[in-house]
Design a protein around this ligand. Structure first.
Ligand code: ZN
Length: 408
């Protein structure tokens, strides 16, 4: 009898395990891929003419096959403040990352007082990959990988504010999780810049304007090329359910090379008449990055393109203190900015494409806000929205309320 019982028990275990195995397979199959592409300071005023000219074929494809509109941001928006709002769907006062500096210290992940999206997804078994996302330094453990972005500290960029250490130059914390992945990236992608280049100072520019502008723009091209290679490598070799990748040179360029007119505040022909296409060209460069990312987007992938805020020329009436214009780098002749008191003056932008998302949908007014990004992504994975979150699921972008999202 003993001889017959053993195979029976074994068979029972196999029978019990089979449906579980099949169920896990189904869950893995149903679990959608989500790729979020962040563009710092994407300005619709500059994007729209480029779309009309046919200069942004990849973005045009996303618009045609998806939903798009403005993205309401927070007041006095800047990258760490808004990204941390997107991560947590809570206000800057609630999550604690109120700006580049908090209490005199460069904003960092240890300051986050609310649970961010990468943690919630990881806890729910979703694999997470993030690269060059602002305010993610030092990196935190995730169910996947994380490569930090803006505010990473390192050599020649000790405070981490709007400068660019290379991966090998990072100091004061880890820029890559898991740590072993750093050597792999250095070997296979090379020693890339983690953030965009620091803007030149007024002194560096004086008398060498054209030369400094051209060499700065060349450096930006190198950084974007490196980031494209990084994204392509990660998407091909480390595919994750959820991936968040960010570009930050667009905003940096806009601050001092926005194509302004002579009547605008701060106009200096020696700088502002040199390369009027420099800022629009950043979006043409971005569109190529998007093209590389789109190669990894299949029928089961949701693509979100989000911008934390727009960027607009300075206004005569906005500030009485002329140094208030020098917001990012103490002496750079800044001629455009985004930290206006009223965030609705510089809305971000939102583009979404994927299974069950409406095609060619133009969202009016402020239907979407930076608070809604995480709740909408959690919804796609069937994860209940935590109570502290202030945003809502962007149901209007889906074909019906019974949208074809994966259930956890
Ligand atoms: Zn900026």
């Amino acid at each position: 009898m003993v001889r017959r019982q053993v195979p029976f028990v074994a068979m029972l275990i196999v029978l019990m395990a089979l449906p579980l195995f099949a169920q896990n397979q189904t869950q893995a199959k149903l679990r959608p891929h989500v790729i979020v592409v962040g563009v710092n300071g994407m300005e619709l005023d500059v994007i729209r003419p480029l779309l009309l000219k046919g200069d942004l074929p990849n973005l045009a494809r996303v618009i045609k096959n998806g939903a798009y509109g403005k993205l309401r941001t927070v007041d006095a928006p800047n990258c760490p403040r808004v990204y941390s709002t997107m991560f947590t769907s809570t206000t800057p006062a609630e999550h604690g990352v109120t700006g580049f500096l908090v209490g005199g210290i460069t904003a960092n992940t240890n300051m986050l007082k609310q649970e961010p999206i990468w943690s919630i997804l990881s806890k729910n078994g979703v694999t997470v990959g993030m690269a060059n996302v602002p305010a993610t330094f030092p990196v935190m453990p995730v169910n996947g990988y994380m490569v930090s972005g803006m505010l990473t500290r390192g050599k020649n960029c000790e405070d981490g504010v709007l400068c660019a250490p290379k991966l090998s130059e990072v100091e004061g914390g880890d820029a890559v999780y898991p740590p072993a992945m750093k050597a792999e990236l250095l070997k296979n992608v090379g020693d890339f810049y983690i953030d965009c280049e620091r803007m030149p100072s007024a002194e560096q520019l004086r008398g060498h304007e054209t030369e400094v502008i051209d060499s700065w723009l060349k450096k930006i091209d190198v950084i974007r090329e490196q980031q494209t290679q990084l994204f392509d490598y990660l998407l091909a070799n480390h595919p994750t359910d959820f991936t968040w990748l960010v570009q930050s040179c667009e905003d940096r360029t806009g601050h001092w090379l926005y194509p302004i007119a002579p009547y605008n505040v701060g106009y200096n022909p020696k700088i502002n008449a040199v390369r009027p296409d420099a800022f629009p060209d950043q979006y043409i460069g971005f569109d190529k990055v998007l093209g590389a990312i789109l190669k990894h987007v299949d029928d089961n992938t949701y693509l979100f393109i989000v911008s934390d805020h727009g960027i607009k020329p300075l206004r005569e009436f906005e500030e009485t203190d002329p140094h208030a214009h020098m917001d990012h780098e103490k002496t750079t002749p800044v001629i455009a900015k985004h930290d206006f008191a009223d965030g609705d003056d510089v809305p971000g932008s939102f583009f979404a494409m994927g299974p069950g998302i409406k095609h060619d949908l133009r969202m009016m007014g402020f239907e979407a806000s930076v608070y809604d990004i995480t709740p909408t992504i959690l919804h796609l994975y069937g994860i209940e929205q935590p109570k502290q979150m202030r945003g809502h699921v962007l149901t209007a972008i889906f074909e019906s309320s019974e949208n074809k999202v994966a259930q956890k």
